[in-house]
Ligand binder design. Sequence first.
Ligand code: ADP
Ligand code: ADP
Length: 230
Amino acid sequence: ESIILASQVEKWYDNNFHVLRGVSLEVKKQEVVVIMGPSGSGKSTFIRTFNALETYQKGSIIIDGIKLSHDLKNIEAIRREVGMVFQQFNLFPHLTVLQNVTLAPVWVRRRSKSQAEEIGMQLLEKVGILEQAHKYPGQLSGGQQQRVAIARALAMQPKIMLFDEPTSALDPEMVREVLDTMRSLASSGMTMVCVTHEVGFAREVADRVVFMDEGFIVEIATPEEFFNHP
Ligand code: ADP
Ligand code: ADP
């Protein structure tokens, strides 16, 4: 059963630069898809269309039965269903770790503060940073901040998680802790679309690997096919 259905998506800028040239992808529930390809090939732009961070001019995108219209009418519903983690963690620096994570349950899911804190603490435990709950993001390592960002996205109870180069801004020793968190999220059955250059993660966790180049998808394959072909 497909949860993301993107058909012939096209996007271009005023200067006629065509960043997406008719890109189609179907993602099934609980599938983990990794998107690879050179810088500037449209990977980030493509996944950002899935939660309406980018508009597009042609084609169609349906997320869990919700049609993402070109004029972004269903934006609130989509943002609830699709969580996103960025290369830069984008945490609120003046809020504690726990407050960063409880914002969504309080404001979007309309939970009481105490319910939200319970959810928040559970999520922080899940990503392994319960001890840091009352610290500020600036007091945490990059790897810890990225795990807070993952917990914050999960607090929305999304059906899909998008990752846009989540380890690219991290020192090498912190990459693994973030990949391990993503790996356990995948094992829990989350549908995930990840733009990443981490070949090990793609090999071991991806159900399918998508390769983009110059605004096209040029290959979709299983990791075995993708990494072993001559
Ligand atoms: P990737 O994630 O594969 O690195 P992106 O989706 O970030 O690729 O690709 C964005 C491309 O679109 C880049 O080549 C960038 O220069 C171009 N781009 C982004 N914004 C604009 C804009 N406002 N006008 C023209 N080109 C743009
Ligand atoms: P990143 O690689 O950090 O994702 P982007 O490619 O998305 O960066 O571009 C960052 C900003 O610069 C965006 O606001 C984008 O619109 C603008 N931009 C990028 N490339 C171009 C370009 N070729 N012409 C005009 N604006 C651009």
